[in-house]
Each structure stands twice: as C-alpha cells, then as structure tokens.
Ligand binder design. Structure first.
Ligand code: GRF
Length: 220
C-alpha cells in the first residue's frame, strides 16, 4: 500500500478551501495528511481553521524580508520541513519565486477563480461581468514562473445569471471551487496526474483539455 499523500497548503485569507480539504479528510473522502499550513498574513482566518484541526501552521510575512528571494527561501524551507508530496496554493496572494518553484516543480498547484487562460490576476469576477461573459468558473493549474500561467489540470464552470454582481458570483463559485479542489486532490491520491515540465499527463495520457468537474463531482 502506498503512503498517504502529504500536502502542504498555502493561504492568505479565509481558508475555506483549506477547510474543504480538512472536512474531506475527516470524512474519509480523501486519503491525505495535511502536513502544514503556511500563511503570509498573520491575521488569516485560515490559521484558526488549521489550529482547530491540529495542523501545524506557520506565518511568513514578506515585509519581514529585505528581498523577495529571501522571503522565497524562507517559504521554501518551511514548506520543505513538512516533506509534502504536493503543495497547494489555496488563496495564497503572493507570487512565488524559484526557491519555491524549483524544489517543488510539478508538485505545486494553484487554485484560481477563472476559466484560465481567461482572466489571470485579480478581480476576476468583476472583469467577467464587465466583459458580459455568460460563464465563469475556477481552474486548478500547475504553478510556473508565469502568473496564473501554468498548465491547467481541472476546471469547474458556472453560468453568469442576470442580476449577478461580483459578490453573488463569488458566493456561488466558492462551494464549487471547494468541490473542484477536493476532486482534484483525490486524483492526486490515486497518482493519476503528472507534470513533466512540458505536458500534463492524466492516466499516462497527455491532457488535451482540462478535466471538467461534473455535477456528481467526477472529473471528466
Ligand atoms: C479562492 O476564491 C481562490 O480561487 C482564490 O482565493 C480564494 C481563496 O479563498 N485564489 P479561501 O481563502 O480558500 O476561502
């Protein structure tokens, strides 16, 4: 039997996606050990969620470092201390540099609230509304040096409704992101996803289109 998957979760805020992983773990839906939670914000609510769940949590604030690469090195060391198989950026609002990217290449993913490659960066909900798009969604992608630019593994789509504002859209997307994250991590626990640095392989086949979350939480 293979070892349980060790994951480290990086957060900056509420940590509702972290909570979704904790709940799925506690309910036996995914076989993971959350070996650490790291926040770049001392007041992130997700830190309380980690401590309630008995998960070791650390804070690393970029203001404490004179240079970006010193922050990255400290972050890389903290992540590495838990010996994670996968590193999940779940609402982590900092760009990570090579001291994090290099040691965790192909094992570092980010959750982003848009149907990438559309709308990299922030404020995606308002930008979707301003453009008059009929759908929005979320993506999980491998992290590379390019902001929200690495290859996409999985997505969830949701229709934009008449009368939507960015808050309504965000509120409807949040639970879908949680489901997307849990289902994607479940794929990882089954060792079905690999990234060589060139292409994403799912079940050893090159992934042509992102996996799409279905109503029953399957990824197809
Ligand atoms: C999510 O919407 C995620 O897509 C974005 O930040 C949010 C994190 O929410 N990158 P939470 O901290 O997990 O509640």
């Amino acid at each position: 039997m293979r070892a349980r998957l060790r994951v480290c979760v990086l957060i900056s805020g509420s940590g509702s996606n972290l909570q979704a992983l904790i709940d799925a773990r506690d309910e036996g839906r995914i076989d993971i050990d959350i070996v650490g939670v790291i926040s770049n914000q001392a007041d992130a609510r997700g830190l309380e969620r980690a401590s309630r769940a008995g998960i070791p949590a650390s804070i690393v604030e970029h203001q404490d470092f004179a240079h970006r690469n010193k922050f990255d090195r400290a972050l890389g060391l903290l992540i590495g201390a838990g010996k994670p198989h996968w590193v999940i950026l779940a609402g982590f609002m900092r760009i990570v540099g090579s001291a994090v990217l290099d040691p965790f290449k192909g094992r570092l993913i980010n959750l982003h609230p848009s149907l990438l490659p559309l709308y990299r960066g922030t404020d995606t909900y308002q930008r979707v509304l301003d453009a008059g798009d009929r759908e929005h969604g979320a993506s999980i992608h491998f992290v590379t040096g390019e902001l929200d630019g690495g290859p996409v593994i999985s997505q969830v789509r949701l229709p934009v409704l008449a009368g939507d504002d960015k808050h309504k859209l965000a509120a409807r997307l949040a639970p879908m992101e949680h489901r997307l994250l849990v289902s994607t991590i479940e794929f990882f626990t089954q060792h079905r996803v690999e990234y060589s640095g060139a292409e994403v392989l799912v079940d050893e086949n090159s992934l042509e289109h992102p996996l799409l979350l279905q109503a029953d939480d399957r990824l197809v």
